[in-house]
Structure formats: structure tokens, C-alpha cells
Design a binder for this molecule. Structure first.
Ligand SMILES: NC(=O)c1ccc[n+]([C@@H]2O[C@H](COP(=O)([O-])OP(=O)(O)OC[C@H]3O[C@@H](n4cnc5c(N)ncnc54)[C@H](OP(=O)(O)O)[C@@H]3O)[C@@H](O)[C@H]2O)c1
Length: 284
């Protein structure tokens, strides 16, 4: 089915590479007015130009570091300066960090980029999402949430850090956040769903040193999907008319699937919301 996104305003984070880039490009191809967000202005400009050339549809960009609270606030404020409406927010920017890094705010990188970023950006944009209803928030999570738990006593690896565990926890947080947001947005016309893109050959993990880089490149090339395939569920959740009113679900391969039993724990989701609110100072 040919879907038109004409008249729809879309924001995709982490769209200079991988899954986010393909998502932004295909939504622009459907006619959406797309804004992309990533750290590097030059890289954003090159990608925006390439999308415009490929689709005939101009793309705007905001250069912002979504691992800092100031960067997230700047991205939201800049978007609002230029747009009174937002129909689709795709929270996609994320990363895997084998070592523990602290950001300038003193947050552990995985936790802030993969979770607090989704939480704060969404909350800062909720007013214009609600004003644009029907609207939706798409959260790119991961199947790696399945073995994970929320360790509130060691939330940011203060007492011991393991990159795989931190990544899994951040992706479980994406799903807990999605389900809690869906409950809070009941009857607003704003829906939200999370997804697993599959194992995708992108730039993820290439920041973790040469050995890791070689290993990841090789395995992703052998076993990973192409970004075009990995982006399909994001594109589907962002654009399909079949999903009108569908909220609080987790998808893989464009189908609703069950997430881990822990991800349905409402008390855990409320606790995560409260902690995220205290850390960022913003939430509904
Ligand atoms: N690849 C997989 O197998 C896989 C599987 C499950 C889930 N995922 C999820 O899919 C999402 C996209 O990942 P990907 O695989 O497409 O990764 P990718 O190729 O590394 O792309 C990541 C994007 O995020 C941006 N980004 C990174 N750090 C940022 C920051 N501090 N501020 C703003 N933007 C930032 C990057 O842009 P700049 O570097 O230009 O800033 C890039 O555009 C992530 O949430 C990831 O957890 C991926």
C-alpha cells in the first residue's frame, strides 16, 4: 500500500546513520516534513541533502548532543521555534558502550543516551504532540531487553559496570517507558509503541575500540540485516494508518509481539518514571 505522509511533521533522532537514516529517508519519501537530529552539524547537512536529492523532499536538521540534558532541551526548543505541530516522534538515537563513561552532567552514557534522552525529549514535546493529535511516539528498543532487569541500586553502574547489562537495562527502560507513557496519554489522541528492529548492520558499537570494531563489523555483515530491512518496523509504526489508536505495544517485524514479563510490571514502570523525572526535572 502506498502511504502518504503529506502534511505530517516528523522528528527522527539519530538519523545520520543506520536505522534512523533509513527511517527519515522513507518517511520523507512518503511526503512527510522530516527533521533529523544528531550530534554533528556537517554530517546532518550531508544526510539532509542526500535525502532531499533521493526523495525530492527537503529535510531539516538540528545538531544536538542527546546525551546531555542541555542538548536534549536545545533540540526540543529549536524544533518548537520552527514548528507548532509534531505528528510523529521517532526516538531512535542510541548506542552501546563497552566501558563506563560519565557525561558532562555526571550521568552514565548508556543510561542517559538510550533512556533519559527518550524520556526527556518526549516529555518536552508532548504539548505539541497533543496539539497535533492524532500523533504518535515510536521508541526504538531492542530484543536485548529480554534478559535484563532494572537495577535501581546500581542504575548507572556506580557499583560495577557491564556494557551488555547496561544496554539491556536501557532497552528494557525504553519498553517500560513506552507502556507507562501509553497509560498516561490515554484519551489524548497520542499513541506510543516500541519496537525491536532485529540485528542490523549499522554503526552501533563501532565506538568501542579496534578489536570490538572488527568483531562487530564481521558478525553484523555475516548475520545482520541491512538497515533498509531493520528500519521497516520503525517506518510501519510511524506511518501505517492500520495502527490508528494502537498504543502501548511492542513490535518486531511489523507485528505486535510480547515483550519480557518484567516489562509489563506497572510498579516498576512507575518507579522508573519517578526516578527519570527526578533526574531530568520534566515529566507529565
Ligand atoms: N543495530 C542493531 O542491531 C540494533 C538492534 C536493536 C536495537 N537497535 C537500536 O536502534 C537504534 C539505532 O541504532 P543503529 O543501529 O542505527 O545505530 P547507528 O548506526 O550507530 O546510529 C546511531 C545514530 O544515533 C546518533 N547518535 C549517537 N549518539 C548521539 C548523541 N549523543 N546525540 C545525538 N545523536 C546521537 C548517531 O549520529 P551521530 O554519530 O552523527 O551523532 C547516529 O545517527 C538505537 O536505539 C539502538 O539501540 C539497534
Amino acid at each position: 500500500m502506498d502511504i502518504s505522509m503529506k502534511g505530517k511533521t516528523v522528528l527522527v533522532t539519530g538519523a545520520t546513520n543506520g536505522i534512523g537514516l533509513v527511517t527519515a529517508r522513507e518517511l520523507a519519501r512518503m511526503g512527510a516534513q522530516v527533521t533529523i537530529v544528531s550530534r554533528n552539524a556537517e554530517k546532518c547537512a550531508v544526510v539532509a541533502e542526500a535525502i532531499k536529492t533521493g526523495t525530492g523532499n527537503p529535510v531539516e536538521f538540528i545538531a544536538a548532543d542527546l546525551s546531555t540534558l542541555a542538548g536534549i532541551r536545545q533540540a526540543a526548543a529549536t524544533f518548537k521555534q520552527h514548528h507548532a505541530r509534531l505528528h510523529v516522534l521517532v526516538n531512535n538515537a542510541g548506542g552501546f558502550f563497552i566501558r563506563r563513561y560519565l557525561t558532562s552532567d555526571g550521568f552514565e552514557m548508556t543510561f542517559v543516551l538510550n533512556h533519559l534522552n527518550y524520556f526527556l525529549l518526549t516529555n518536552l514535546l508532548l504539548d505539541i504532540l497533543k496539539a497535533s493529535a492524532p500523533a504518535c511516539v515510536v521508541n526504538v528498543a531492542s530484543g536485548t531487553h529480554r534478559g535484563a532487569k532494572m537495577d535501581f541500586d546500581n542504575l548507572q553502574g556506580e557499583k560495577g559496570y557491564n556494557g551488555v547489562r547496561a544496554y539491556g537495562q536501557s532497552k528494557l527502560a525504553n519498553i517500560l517507558f513506552t507502556y507507562e507513557l501509553a497509560r498516561r496519554l490515554k484519551d489524548t489522541g497520542v499513541t506510543t509503541n516500541a519496537l525491536h528492529p532485529g540485528y542490523v548492520n549499522t554503526g552501533i558499537s563501532l565506538n568501542n575500540g579496534l578489536f570490538f570494531q572488527v568483531f562487530v563489523r564481521l558478525t553484523a555483515r555475516l548475520f545482520g540485516r541491512k538497515p533498509e530491512e531493520g528500519a521497516q518496523t520503525s517506518i510501519y509504526l510511524a506511518s501505517s494508518p492500520q495502527l490508528a489508536g494502537v498504543t502501548g505495544k511492542y513490535f518486531a517485524d511489523c507485528q505486535p509481539v510480547k515483550s519480557s514479563p518484567l516489562s509489563y510490571d506497572e510498579e516498576l514502570a512507575k518507579k522508573l518514571w519517578q526516578v527519570s523525572l527526578e533526574l531530568t526535572g520534566k515529566g507529565v
